[in-house]
Structure formats: C-alpha cells, structure tokens
Design a binder for this molecule. Structure first.
Ligand code: FAD
Ligand code: DLZ
Ligand code: SF4
Length: 512
C-alpha cells in the first residue's frame, strides 16, 4: 500500500514500548512502522544466543501486537531474501516500497546507530528516548562545571525530582543510602523462591531454531532459554520479584553462591533495556510495596537507587562523553582476554562459576560481574576494549549505553576515574567473605604466596605496585599502600615475582 504522505517510524529491537518516543508521536493511519532483524545488529559482537532469541522473539511479538492495534508494520525477518542486512538499508528499502519521504525515530541507545541515522539519504527526525527518567538536558545541567560526577550526588537530585522514597524534602527513614545495612553473605537455601519458568510458544521455538542454525559458533547455550518475550511476561517477573525477593534484595545483593545464580535479584534488566518494562513502573511497584509495609527501607532504597540512580547516571555519562567512549584505556592495559572467559578451563572456582552461569543463563548479577570477572581482568591488566566486547556479548541485558560505562568506567577504571573514585580491586578475601566459591577451589584463598596461592591475592599487590604513581596519593587507597609498605622488602619481592610468573604462565596458556 502506498503511504506517500506518511512517514517511516523506526522501532529498534530495544525500543519495544508502546506510546514512547517516535511511536508515541506517530499516526497509525498514515505512517508505517519499520522493524528489522538485520545481520549488522545480530553481529556487531558475538551476542549470547539467548540474547538474540530474546530480542528477535520480543520484536516479532511486539510487531504482531502493533498490527492487532491497527498499525501498518513493515517487518523484515533475518532470513528474508531481500534483507539488506542493516537498519539504514532497511529504511531505504521501505522508503522505496512505500513512497515515504521521511523517517521518525527515537534516539538509538548506541552512538554507532545515532551516527548512522544522521548519514541516511532521507529526512530523519530523532526524538529523545522519553522512557528515561532524567531528560538529557537535566543531566547535562547537573554535570556542567563539575570536576567529579559522583553517582551519589546525582542520585539525590533524582530522588527529589521523582519523589521516590521522599518524606517532604527528606529521604524516607532519614537516610539517603542504607548500604551499611546490606552486604551480607548468603547460605544455600532450598526454600528460596526460584525464577518463573517461561514456556516456549511457536514464535520462540522458531527463533530458537533460527539462532541455533545461524549462531552456533557464539559462546552460550541456547537450550534452557528462560526469558519472558512479552510485556505481560515481563510484568509477571516484576511482580514475582516484588512479592518474593524485594524484601531480601538489600541485605543479600552482594552475596554469591555457586548453586544459586539468581539469589534475590530482580532479573528485570533485559526487559527494562528492551522497553517491555519502564523504569517508572518498576519504581512505582517498589514504592507501593514499601508504603504497604511489605519491605524494609534498606531494600526499597537499595533497589530504587539502582534504577533512578545508577541506570540513569550511566546513560547520562554515555551520552555526555560521545562516540569514542569505548576507546578509553587510562591504565594502558593490553593483555589478551584469557580463554576461560569463553568457557576454557580454569582452576579458579569463582571465575569458573560465573562464566558457567553466564554460558547457561546469559546472566550474572552485579557483584559477580564487578568483583569476579571484572576484578580479575583489571588485576591481570587485560585490554579494556576486549573486556568491553566480552560484557557486551555475553549478557542478555547488554547494550552499549549501559554496558560500556559499567565495564570501562566502573569496572576497569579505563575512564581514569570519572565513574569511580578508586578502582574496584580486591584480593581473594573479599570473594571468600561474600561467596562459597573458595571452598571448592583448586587454589587456597588463605595462601598469600607459594604453591597454590590464590591468584587474586598475588595480582592485587601486583596491580597496586605497578600503578603506584597514579593511586598512592588517593586517600581512599592510602590504607592499601600502607599495608603493602609495611611488608618486608623480601616478601614484597616474592609476591611480585610470583605474580609475574603466574601472569607469564597465563599468557602461555599453561596457567588456568
Ligand atoms: P538487580 O541486581 O536486581 O538490580 C535491579 C536493576 O537495577 C537492574 O535490573 C538494572 O536495571 C539496574 N541496575 C543495577 N545496577 C546497575 C548499574 N550498575 N548500571 C545500570 N543499571 C543498574 N546492566 C545492564 O542493564 N546491562 C549491561 O550491559 C550491564 N553491564 C554491566 C557490566 C559490568 C562490568 C558491571 C559491573 C555491571 C553491568 N550492569 C549492566 C549492571 C548490573 O550488573 C545489571 O544491571 C544487573 O546485574 C542486572 O540484573 P538484575 O536485573 O537481576 O538486577
Ligand atoms: C541487540 C539486537 C539484536 C541482537 N538484533 C537486533 C535486530 O536484529 N534489529 C534491531 O532493530 N535491533 C536489534 N538489537 C538491538 C540493537 O542492537 C539496539 O537497538 C542498538 O544497540 C541500540 O541500542
Ligand atoms: Fe577465586 Fe581465589 Fe577463592 Fe579460588 S581461592 S575461588 S581463585 S578467590
């Protein structure tokens, strides 16, 4: 059908929210929605197969829902013979097919696509992504003139703007942040409520078969796929979390267990990032549970901080920085990413457990990402570009705007300290305190040097020593340097020599 007077309305795979952005401004009578499964998006990194199944299944069902509501949707499937392979190629093709002269888009999450849209030989209007709670100009205003942009300061602004957990001008319960009540280790508990099981309908089965055929060389298991692929399913996950896990979210958010990858986490990041849930409705649900007296303030606050604080803050940082965000490497790290990140063998039980649950579920929670795989890569001096590519590939919730600031900024200190005032490094003692990994490990967490010494213990001091010039003046690291300096010279020499030879063996593939 000709829609010569209408526009093309671009809906990307992570813009599946009715009424938001371009979809909110478009006219179903005149405009044509364009959605496209394309090789450029499925291939810019080797995405985990479950992430591709999730995105493509959710796109297909969202398109069907729009059609049922009367929208004209031009939908391209990955194996359509006419598929041009890119979002821009599909827009040009659909412009020719419909006669439309212009495109209405919501700002894409990634700079890569933002730039590509600017170069299109069509008239393109880009609207802000209004699913975020902090408009870009508010973030830019807040950031202007600040030497340091700490999340905690931004978070207070967001609490005041949104009114979540506020009692007049004051924070609910009298404190802005209740983290000191949190950070407890967890015990194996067979009674802890398990995640909802999502059945596979025909759409999901078709996409699983497609992905198994086309992406069988990607790291990650496609079998066991258990993500919701509709808004309804995503809402059920949110309700399940609020009912069964929110109350314990705060105390146990940093805990890690080999046999329980999910603990009390919400498992909603994939849906928020796709648009099947909005940050506002998630926070409303948590606020309501708090007001009803169902959950304590430390859990409600800890959770709301992740959404209106961290999530909005990393979006603002990514937007502010510009397209070369992922090129940063302030510490000059260049080691190759070890093969065990892609499932190769390692004796380190902590790394092995986190990589294995990532392979099975395309999921690891924040502390596993930060303090196990991220901590190891930082201590070992792995090239942050390679670490970034890994995180962008292997998690079902991974999109560059959120992944890159977390990986390069928070986890790898590659931005030189914009996101964090000090690097997130720790020896094995932290992992031992917060998890059950060390009990089943081929290394000994109590051994600081010698046969079987935990590599985190050796590499921790190696990291501090090799970056002394940069960090010794940092007041938050002074205690670490004092401890190192109190060791005898002999001991320091032994630690550094053992760390160096462990890294050499790692590079040669002899150390696992
Ligand atoms: P919960 O632990 O239950 O937290 C609730 C929600 O808070 C999450 O769903 C998420 O939307 C939000 N949130 C929590 N922490 C952050 C954070 N630091 N930044 C942004 N939002 C946050 N999150 C992503 O959504 N996509 C990514 O690609 C991603 N990459 C990361 C890479 C590294 C190295 C690190 C350290 C963290 C990364 N995170 C990323 C943040 C966090 O790990 C995930 O949001 C969280 O693990 C998702 O699981 P959940 O939904 O069960 O979260
Ligand atoms: C992640 C992803 C994948 C795997 N495939 C598609 C796709 O085929 N079509 C599409 O429109 N979007 C896809 N996406 C999401 C995009 O990569 C995402 O929109 C950009 O990274 C911008 O955030
Ligand atoms: Fe990880 Fe070290 Fe503990 Fe082993 S001993 S699980 S390597 S922290």
């Amino acid at each position: 059908m000709s829609r010569r007077n209408g526009r093309l309305v671009l809906v990307l795979g992570d813009q599946l929210t009715e009424g938001a952005g371009a979809l909110g401004r478009a006219d179903p009578q005149r405009d044509t929605v364009v959605m496209a499964e394309v090789a450029e998006e499925t291939g810019y990194v080797p995405h985990h197969p479950q992430k591709i199944v999730l995105v493509l299944s959710a796109m297909r069902k969202f398109a069907e829902g729009l059609r049922e509501k009367g929208w004209q949707v031009a939908y391209t499937r990955l194996d359509d013979p006419d598929n041009t392979g890119s979002i821009c190629g599909e827009l040009i093709r659909q412009a020719e097919a419909t006669g439309a002269q212009s495109v209405l888009a919501t700002q894409p999450g990634e700079w890569r696509l933002r730039t590509a849209l600017q170069d299109l030989p069509l008239r393109v209007s880009v609207l802000p992504d209004d699913r975020f709670l902090c408009p870009p100009d508010v973030f830019a205003d807040w950031a202007k003139g600040r030497k340091v942009m700490r999340m905690e300061h931004f978070y207070r602004l967001m609490r005041r703007r949104t009114g979540y957990l506020m009692e007049g001008d004051d924070p609910a319960g009298g404190q802005w942040n209740y983290d000191h009540d949190n950070r407890k280790p967890a015990q194996d508990d067979l009674l802890r409520e398990k995640p909802i099981q999502h059945g596979h309908d025909d759409v999901v089965v078709d996409v699983i078969n497609l992905v198994a055929r086309r992406f069988d060389n990607h790291f990650g298991a496609v079998e066991g796929f258990n993500y919701a692929t509709t808004r309804r399913g995503a809402l059920a996950v949110l309700r399940h979390f609020v009912k069964h896990h929110l109350a314990d979210f705060g105390p146990y958010q940093d805990a890690m267990l080999t046999r329980d990858p999910f603990l009390h986490h919400a498992l909603i990041a994939p849906y928020l990032n796709l648009g099947l849930l909005t940050p506002a409705e998630v926070c409303d649900a948590v606020q309501a549970a708090y007001e009803a007296g169902d959950v304590p303030v430390n859990s409600a606050e800890g959770f709301i901080r992740q959404i209106i604080g961290w999530r909005e803050y990393v979006r603002g940082i990514y937007d502010l920085h510009g397209p070369d965000y992922a090129q940063q490497n302030a510490l000059g790290h260049g080691r190759k990413l070890p093969g065990f990140y892609w499932g190769g063998p390692t004796k380190m039980a902590c790394v092995s457990a986190v990589v294995e649950q990532t392979r099975r579920h395309a999921y690891a929670h924040h502390i596993q990402r930060l303090m196990v795989t991220g901590n190891f890569a930082l201590l070992a001096g792995v090239d942050p570009g390679a670490v970034h590519e890994w995180y962008l590939s292997v998690y079902a919730d991974a999109y560059e705007w959120v992944e890159a600031p977390n990986t390069l900024g928070m986890s790898q200190f590659a931005d030189g300290g914009v996101l964090g005032s000090k690097p997130y490094v720790s020896s094995g003692a932290y992992i031992d305190r917060m998890s059950d990994y060390c009990r089943g490990c081929g290394y000994d967490v109590k051994a600081k040097t010698g046969e079987g010494a935990c590599p985190f213990n050796l590499l921790y001091w190696h990291f501090l020593d090799r970056h002394r010039e940069r960090f010794q003046g940092n007041p938050r690291m002074a205690q670490m340097y004092r401890t190192w300096d109190r060791m005898s010279e002999d001991r320091r020499r032994t630690v550094l020599a053992e760390a160096t030879s462990w890294l050499k063996r790692l590079d040669s593939g002899a150390e696992e």
